[in-house]
Ligand binder design. Structure first.
Ligand SMILES: *Cc1c(COP(=O)(O)O)cnc(C)c1O
Length: 410
């Protein structure tokens, strides 16, 4: 076995290391250009200029106006602002709670926000997903009601990499809204959580036809606790955080200037390199599965790929995502064994490792709890190489028979 002492990090869906170029771009904004961007003197205007430039860069990538971007402290906050913000604006206007739709495989920052609204009297519907994690659009269409205020469907799933048909849903919602307008029925707003898509997919909000879009820095080689919400002009939203009126009164508090610079720099870098990196990762993804079949099949013949199938022609699964169940083996034990060999992976979703429930995503895809418990997720990134994957497979070949016999002897 090759000796690799360096960490093999295969958990990029949980977070990414910060790109050194991002750190460099942020550097001047800590103690040189540190002034409050709201201040009217030169130093304040300098910080404000950095924020404005970042907003413009991002607007170019999203194909929107800079004024349609609100900076937040991450994906969770942007999702909360999108959902609660829309719901509270609706409730203010119509004096009663309405109806909202999502999918069962969303990130907890969506699902738990929906739960919170349910407790306030909102009605919640879930659009079903198939066994690969794709939202059933025909079934989704049937869920729309007169009082539907918002649909929130993620762009790409963090556990199994399924890329949802956002453009198709967006087209349908905007068509539906035209008829609703004629009938004087309030329009439905469409939000997408694009946290896993920032470095992998096009973010053109005109093509996607979304009204709201969430992005964060932590998944795209930018700083943690940075994020944004795209809000289409004309969309009414109530703020969650009240105060000095920054970010068009939608997100008060002194701006995280270095963080904003870091987020914009990171987004620009990943989007510039998107096609090349997708191709490289897709090749690695196929390489890994092929090699796994050759080396591991003889000793453990029934591992399964969770999520959309992985093949050369596959276009609707994130290129960096590999999610596998090894029947009879506990994903958690495997993950800990790999950690002892300096390989960082995840079981189910990282955010759920404090709970003992099986992954809600894998369960929604129809896996039995025992198969969901046996899942392991490898998410590749900039530093992932063929050699590193070879090492991972060597370790798997060693460990799987061991863990298997532990289970069989129980
Ligand atoms: C990571 C992630 C979030 C949460 O983002 P934070 O910046 O950690 O708050 C939300 N949605 C998805 C799909 C994610 O992957």
């Amino acid at each position: 076995m090759n000796k690799i002492s360096k960490l093999i990090y295969l958990d990029h869906a949980a977070t990414t290391p910060v790109d050194p170029r991002v750190i460099k771009a942020m550097q001047p904004y800590w103690s040189e250009k540190f002034a409050n961007p709201s201040a009217l003197y030169t130093a304040g205007r300098e910080a404000a200029a950095g924020v404005a430039e970042s907003r413009s860069k991002i607007a170019t990538i999203l194909n929107c106006k800079p004024t349609e971007i609100i900076f937040t402290a991450g994906g969770t906050e942007s999702n909360n602002l999108a959902i609660f913000g829309v719901a509270m604006a609706y409730q203010k206007k119509y004096s009663k709670p309405g109806h909202i739709i999502t999918s069962p495989i969303e990130h907890h920052s969506i699902l738990h926000t929906f739960d919170a609204l349910k407790q306030l009297g909102w009605k919640v519907s879930f659009a079903p997903v198939d066994q690969e994690g794709f939202v059933n659009v025909a079934a989704l269409k049937k869920l729309a009601r007169k009082d539907t205020a918002l649909i929130s469907i993620m762009y790409a799933n963090n556990e199994v990499g399924t890329i949802e048909p956002i453009e198709e849903i967006g087209k349908w919602v905007s068509g539906l809204n035209k008829t609703r307008l004629q009938k004087k029925i309030p329009r439905i707003l469409f939000h997408t959580d694009a946290c896993q898509a920032g470095g992998a997919l096009s973010l053109d909000v005109q093509e996607l036809k979304v009204d709201l879009l969430t992005l964060n820095g932590s998944k795209i080689y930018g700083p943690k606790q940075t994020g944004l919400l795209y809000i289409r002009s004309g969309v009414e939203l109530e703020p969650l955080i009240h105060g000095g009126g920054q970010e068009k009164n939608l997100r008060s508090g002194t701006e995280n200037v270095p963080g904003i610079i870091g987020l914009a720099t990171a987004l620009e870098l990943v989007q510039k390199n998107l096609d090349k990196e997708n191709k490289r990762l897709h090749d690695l993804q196929i390489y890994f599965i092929d090699r796994l079949s050759k080396k591991v099949k003889p000793i453990q013949n029934k591992f399964t790929i969770n999520g959309p199938s992985i093949s050369k022609t596959q276009k609707n699964r994130l290129a960096n995502n590999i999610n596998i169940s090894f029947p009879g083996i506990e994903g958690e034990s495997l993950m800990l064994y790999l950690d002892a060999k300096n390989i960082a992976t995840a079981t189910g979703s990282a955010c759920a490792t404090t709970s003992l429930d099986p992954s809600h995503v894998l369960i929604a895809l129809g896996l039995k709890p025992i198969d969901a418990y046996s899942a392991i997720r490898l998410t590749m990134g900039h530093t992932t190489t063929k050699q590193a994957l070879d090492y991972v497979i060597d370790v798997l070949v060693d460990v799987i028979p061991m863990l298997n016999s532990v289970v069989n002897n129980k």
